[in-house]
Design a protein around this ligand. Structure first.
Ligand code: GLN
Length: 182
């Protein structure tokens, strides 16, 4: 989804894995081209949410997710896919049964880098930029990673979310994890 934020980095990660991709910028892109999976990048969730509505992409996207298209949301993408946002009255795609807390790691820790385990993958580098965390997750949501005792990655069915940005590191294992879901 190439409306705002860090979509180029995801395209580069897919390129490095040899996976063809295309940018969705308007409704026709979503409707006319076949796709096996979709990435909602980091950026500003309020802006992306607003653009999705303005460009008439919101409803077709919501329906596509409901029908089972695998989706990977990073950071703002996680917020957009959450059922609930603890500190924001907005609600967007409600695709994964979690409560997101926006800008949750505090001012000093607004951006930071760490290495932590990701379930089934091992230790990976994680870059956080004004990141949310997952404050609550319903039963049936698989917790995939925790940093500072906060849940930062989860999966429910074919919806994958990370509070961090795997596309900003050399490590391709989270993208590979998503490709396996696809
Ligand atoms: N703080 C942003 C938001 O609330 C997310 C930051 C990011 O995607 N890097 O939407």
């Amino acid at each position: 989804m190439a409306l705002q934020g860090g979509f180029i980095e995801h395209i580069h990660a897919l390129d490095r894995l040899g996976i063809p991709s295309f940018e969705i910028r308007q409704k026709a892109d979503l409707e006319n081209k076949p796709l096996d999976g979709l990435i909602l990048p980091g950026g500003e969730s309020t802006t992306i949410g607003k653009l999705l509505r303005e460009l008439d992409l919101f409803e077709p996207l919501r329906q596509r997710i409901q029908k089972g298209t695998p989706v990977f949301g990073t950071c703002a993408g996680l917020i957009l896919l959450s059922k609930e946002i603890a500190n924001d009255s907005n609600q967007y795609l409600s695709a994964i049964d979690i409560t997101a807390q926006r800008n949750a790691f505090g001012r000093q820790l607004g951006s930071f880098h760490t290495i932590a385990p990701f379930a089934g993958v091992g230790e990976i580098p994680m870059t956080f930029i004004r990141a949310p965390f997952i404050a609550k997750a319903a039963e049936g949501v698989e917790i995939l990673a925790e940093v500072q005792n906060r849940v930062v990655a989860a999966r429910q069915g074919s919806i994958l979310v990370t509070a961090f940005h795997p596309e900003l590191t050399e490590d391709l294992s989270v993208h590979q994890y998503f490709l396996d879901l696809c």
